[in-house]
Design a protein around this ligand. Structure first.
Ligand SMILES: [Zn+2]
Length: 409
């Protein structure tokens, strides 16, 4: 179980070099062999930062999540088959994705593996990792210590903070001591080779009582040691319980191929148009998120209940917080093709073509110093859904990652 701050530490750093103005597509598919099923993506190879399981002729495949309870080992064949496909001529034609999908489906069929197209989607650069403690500019409504508030409220037994830089450790200890909380430093995650941690950064566990710390330390050691899949799932579920995350969400999380923001977003965001979800389950924008986990569904009842209690606690300590938070959170949340995170207020149903009435930059990509000006340019324009994402009618802007949080609550 990763810490409260979601994301993959190996994905830190600047955005992809190239910014594509014209929307490109990816395919979501389900591969199936007997009772084993797996969701995957077929993507154009555009951004060097996307980790792909197999690549062939400019198209890559990458797993999203395991479905079903069968033995998934036979499904590893899908990667070998993909690498061996002879795509040279087909892929150089009109639609490399379609050509790869068709050839792959045909060859897998001979091994008794079915491939079903789930949907086409807009493709976007991987989401940059955001540190929970870093102020990346833009708007962050979520208090930095929201997890400690939830802990004090009894909504969770443990707070786990990864990659805490040395300069913040004393501040955290001080804040925790003021609230009667215990802090423990656990070993840096030096065992993970791709993690290029800031020098001296550590993982901290915070709890109200010593027994929770002991339990969390034991689970953390098991998680770092790795081990068998079934054991790892059980440990993840126990850690999830200590963290106060709903069981349904932890179970889905445990099935993810990779526990980084990009995989979670593609797996958990249904694409627009979808029934507007309540703002309480908003997690795409870290600066507005009330839950510390990624809800299994934007309508997850347990996450809505938890979010409501966190919101009450924040309102109790900061009168007026809820109104300010809701004014930004109850919107259409997007990460656009440049990597800018925007909260869009829109007038009308998306599927009918809706007018953007406000566009606030929550965080901007490092490559885009003009994010605010660009966002202002979106006001008054018409957006409509396109392959699960959003586009504006006359082009020049699109958003591959979208979550509609204009629902009730
Ligand atoms: Zn859930």
């Amino acid at each position: 179980m990763p810490p409260d701050a979601r994301g993959d530490p190996s994905r830190r750093g600047g955005l992809a070099m190239s910014v594509c103005e014209t929307p490109v597509r990816q395919l979501f598919v389900v591969v199936e062999h007997e009772t084993a099923r797996m969701r995957m993506r077929l993507v154009p190879v555009r951004y060097g930062r996307e980790r792909l399981a197999a690549v062939n002729a400019g198209v890559g495949i990458t797993p999203l999540e395991a479905l079903g309870d069968g033995d998934h080992r036979p499904l590893t064949e899908v990667y070998h088959v993909f690498r061996r496909l002879e795509l040279g001529d087909a892929a150089s034609g009109g639609d490399p994705l379609a050509a790869a999908f068709s050839a792959w489906t045909e060859v897998l069929g001979r091994s008794g593996i079915d491939v079903r197209l789930e949907r086409r989607a807009l493709y976007g650069a991987p989401l940059p990792h955001t540190e929970w403690w870093a102020n990346a500019g833009g708007i962050s409504v979520r208090p930095w210590d929201v997890e400690l508030t939830a802990l004090a409220e009894g909504l969770r037994r443990i707070v786990k903070l990864d990659r805490v830089p040395p300069g913040l450790i004393d501040r955290l200890r001080h804040t925790a001591a003021q609230r009667g909380l215990r802090v423990e430093v656990v070993a840096p995650r030096a065992a993970v080779p791709e993690v290029t941690d800031a020098a001296g950064s550590v993982t901290l566990l915070v709890a109200r009582d010593a027994s929770a710390l002991v339990e969390a330390r034991g689970l953390e050691a098991l998680l770092l040691a790795g081990g068998g899949a079934s054991g790892a799932t059980a440990t993840t579920l126990q850690m999830g319980e200590l963290l106060g995350y709903p069981r349904c969400c932890v179970e889905r999380f445990a099935r993810m191929a990779e526990q980084n923001d990009t995989t979670l977003a593609w797996a958990l965001l249904p694409g627009v148009p979808h029934a507007p979800a309540p703002p309480l389950t908003q997690w795409l924008q870290p600066g507005l998120a009330l839950p510390s986990h990624s809800p299994c569904d934007l309508h997850c009842a347990a996450s809505i209940a938890l979010g409501a209690r966190v919101l009450d606690a924040l309102e109790a300590s900061q009168n007026g917080f809820a109104v300010g938070w809701r004014s930004l959170a109850a919107r259409v949340q997007v990460v656009d093709h440049r990597g800018n995170r925007l909260a869009l207020a829109v007038d009308g149903r998306l599927e009918a073509g809706a007018t953007i009435t406000a566009a606030d930059v929550l965080a901007s990509a490092s490559v885009d110093p003009n994010a605010t000006t660009r966002a202002q340019g979106l006001v008054g324009r018409t957006v409509r859904p396109e392959s699960g994402g959003l586009v504006i009618a006359d082009g020049g802007w699109h958003a591959p990652y979208v979550a509609d949080h204009r629902g009730q609550h």
